[in-house]
Write a protein of this length. Sequence first.
Length: 464
Amino acid sequence: MIPRYSRPDMVAIWEAANRFRIWYLIEAHACDRQAELGVIPKAAAAAVWARGDKPYTPERIERIDAIEAETRHDVIAFLTELAEHVGEEARFVHQGMTSSDVLDTCFAVQLAQAADILLADLDKLLAALKKRAFEYKLTPCMGRSHGIHAEPVTFGFKLAGFYAEFARNRERLVTARKEIATCAISGVVGTYAHVDPSVEAHVAGKLGLVPETHATQVIPRDRHAAFFATLGVIASSVERIAIEIRHLQRTEMREAQEYFAPGQKGSSAMPHKRNPILSENLVGLARVVRSAVVPALENVALWHERDISHSSVERMIGPDATVTLDFALARLANVIDRLVVYPNAMAEHLNRFGGIHDSQRVLLFLTQKGVSREDGYRIVQRSAMKVWRSFGIDPDNPDNPPALSPEDREAARHPNRLMYFLSQDEAFTGILGKDDLAALFEVDPMAYHTKHIDMIFKRVFGNA
């Protein structure tokens, strides 16, 4: 974690004060149930609350660190410092428990707290995507496959797709939070030999967790692997939007761009530059979050009932992945909310190549008129290649642009050059008359391609 990519609420979850506070609550609630069972005196449980329930100030944290420097054991250092406040009754704290009961249960609480912040982040991002999707619901733009012009879509259609993806991500995180929010107070190797299972249930209830179904000496790490894998999926979705914005902001595209504030500088050397720095940053942050996934998966396989090979990993990936994703989601929501969109550029690109994007529409029309798909494909492709050449582009001979023929110049007078060249193709006109061709295009191309946008939006957003 570094301050540049951190937000205070998420950082606070991983600070020592919060961690020790959770440790204290685990021990204090366990004492309450132990006292109810008669395992420890009720006065001892009361003393833990009366004398130990104090903020973990920098001075207390420094004292714990000093003890740990000698004991080389963090939980023992914590318990020793707690005993300095509680007094003689502290000998009843941690009855029948092991360090993992405290550490794993605390980690579950912290991950649940982190998930709550991330869910709020997702809600803000979803709200921004929904708002902009409806704003540009019917704004035409070119859809691309392999980076190449394919068929028309709308910009709102693009954003609705991102909304649907992040709605799924939200559901995944809700599931991951539920799976990770488990409590283990089962003692060494998880058999409850020295601690009654009701202690675990009591602590779980107080901390908003559920008892672990089957712990060994640790909570099984498949739960954590699923949690961090979910963060990785969300990060990949962040990257997908960021890459789309980066492509749309390229100079030759300029269909959309990040907001550029007054006084902002794009380059130390080139004053004209407006770079997609936030989206590029999001791509990098996504890599950091995903880097936690493989270590989390590798933590699943521990030796026998426990080892601590997972411990050092989780001390890093817990804070790093959640803090980074929190920052990334907040940044992405801001990017979407302030995204500058250029409908005129979208329309220009859409109409740039004379209706060539309607090639499939013509092909399907031919097949419905009895032409084989293979023959129809050849007929349409032949005219499509003429459209390219009429723009001075020869895909088969890029180094020698073709000279424009009189037919090319005539085609340039028509808004739909594909339709023009088809009307001059004897193979096409031998099958279909000019009236058929006119009927094919009497429906506005954008209306044809976007006729189901309302249905798609209803699927994505319901009746909103």
